[in-house]
Design a protein around this ligand. Sequence first.
Ligand code: 2HA
Ligand code: ZN
Length: 275
Amino acid sequence: MSTIYDNEFMQGFMRMADDGFQQGWHERNGGNLSYRMKPEEAEAVKSYFTPKEWQPIGTSVPKLAGEFFLVTGSGKYFRNVMIKPEDSICIIEIDDRGENYRIMWGLVNGGRPTSELPSHLMNHEVKKVRTNGKYRVIYHGHPANLIALTFVLPLEDKVFTRELWEMATECPVVFPDGLGVVPWMVPGGRDIAVATSKLMEKYDAAVWAHHGLFAAGEDFDLTFGLFHTIEKSAEILVKVMSMGGVKRQTITPDDFRNLAKDFHVTLPEEFLYEK
Ligand code: 2HA
Ligand code: ZN
């Protein structure tokens, strides 16, 4: 007998949640994940739907009207997604104005979608428009090395981008647009959602100071890979700083320009400043 979990997007979502937990980015109920479902995916699972009451999103996302999302639940543990998905995650539908959502499947023991739903949906809206519908995944977690850096580096996009680019040659190829930084803000609400989605106009990832990372991407592999690459690079920077912080040699602005040519990426000059 087939189940809702036989669908590839379900498998991909659950695997990503488990991978993130194994990486140590989701202590307790930390982090959240959302996936904008394709129309055929919503169609394929609609026999499992039991619609609940409409609830306000807390912000307005008119360009997501009528969309279905698979999202983690508020207060739920990534650690449990694989072993009890029906308790940990849910499918929601957005209403025709982009103001309300309703649970269609999941969270069988009650609960709500992620506390960061406004940030997730506003980021989805920006990315849907900017990528012509290509981007479908928004991911938030608490990677320790990147968070540690938010206590010692200036909270500036250009500093985080350049320092992380220098730590691993793959970085400018993986996130050529750079990385945004949101100063510390109260999580869960509309203000931090607005600040983050503004950065998502320009970048695929944004750091929340003293909190975590938001990443956006086309599919589960690319989004997880982006998050993973950023945190790996942050780990190297933490090691370099812990060894006294003096770089005897590094990748120079001209090295980056040469890399950009060979790898066919455009690296904005704003990140290739002389230090
Ligand atoms: O607990 O990570 O930002 C979930 C979160 C809130
Ligand atoms: Zn968080």
